[in-house]
Design a protein around this ligand. Structure first.
Ligand code: IPE
Ligand code: IPE
Ligand code: MG
Length: 230
């Protein structure tokens, strides 16, 4: 079983098109799929589940779609947070969520605060997250410490970068799942995925259910990981 599973939840728009409903209905259906995967991850004893909910590039979409995505997030958080808390899940946000719409910022801050002492599944939601942005922030913080004279560039290690990422202190993802048939990372966990296993499926995210998830985990369990060794 992987300790850390990361998921690129892609295909909501195509699911909506296929079903003849508005794009936002696809995002709503995606939230229902997410609920199932969070619950199953907790039941399976996975330590970390990280999901890509909104990228630093997703601002390019129409105001209507962006606004709708955050409204759906608020609705989901407000409706589900008690249940998530009862399941002992600890919510954490990856990305600069200070610039997302106010209601969404408040909803995620409340969720993080409510669940901060939980000891079950660590549920990371990547919101306004971009891997390059994350690395840039780490580099900037290192440069500032060096300028202040508090850090010797010679003493820098890979750990110095890792600990300054949003995932600081967490294990790297063992398995990265992407739904809907696209074969790319789209700026997700680009530093952390150096030795991750990838699993791609054509299933559209709203159709990704417990059995599809278990199939991905089964596939992972047969992988042979070398990490460069033998
Ligand atoms: C993923 O689904 C959700 C977000 C990026 C917020 P998409 O909206 O990208 O769905 P497709 O790729 O258009 O089908
Ligand atoms: C990646 O999906 C981002 C999320 C799932 C939140 P996109 O649909 O934005 O990725 P591209 O644009 O197809 O690469
Ligand atoms: Mg997409």
């Amino acid at each position: 079983m992987p300790a850390h599973v990361a998921v690129i939840m892609d295909g909501n728009g195509r699911w909506a098109k296929k079903n003849g409903v508005p794009r936002l209905s696809g995002h709503k259906a995606g939230m229902e799929a997410l609920k199932k995967i969070v619950r199953r991850s907790g039941e399976l004893g996975i330590d970390y589940l990280t999901v890509y909910a909104f990228s630093t590039e997703n601002w390019k979409r129409s105001d209507e779609e962006v606004g709708g995505i955050f409204k759906i997030l608020v609705y989901y958080m407000e409706r589900e947070i008690r249940e998530i808390h009862r399941e002992n899940v600890k919510v954490n946000i990856l990305g600069d969520y200070t610039i997302i719409p106010e209601a969404a910022r408040k909803a995620v801050e409340d969720a993080v605060e409510l669940t901060k002492n939980n000891t079950g599944l660590n549920f990371n939601i990547a919101l306004n997250y971009g891997g390059r942005d994350e690395i840039l922030r780490a580099v900037r913080s290192i440069a500032e410490e060096a300028r202040a004279g508090d850090l010797d560039p010679e003493s820098l290690t890979e750990e110095s970068v890792s600990e300054r990422l949003y995932t600081g202190g967490m294990p790297d993802p063992d398995l990265i799942i992407r739904t809907s048939g696209e074969l790319r990372l789209s700026n997700f966990l680009i530093w952390q995925s150096a030795y991750s296993e990838f699993y791609f499926t054509d299933i559209l995210w709203p159709d990704f259910d417990e059995s599809a998830y278990e199939e991905a985990l089964r596939d992972f369990s047969h992988r042979k990981r070398n990490f460069g060794g033998r």
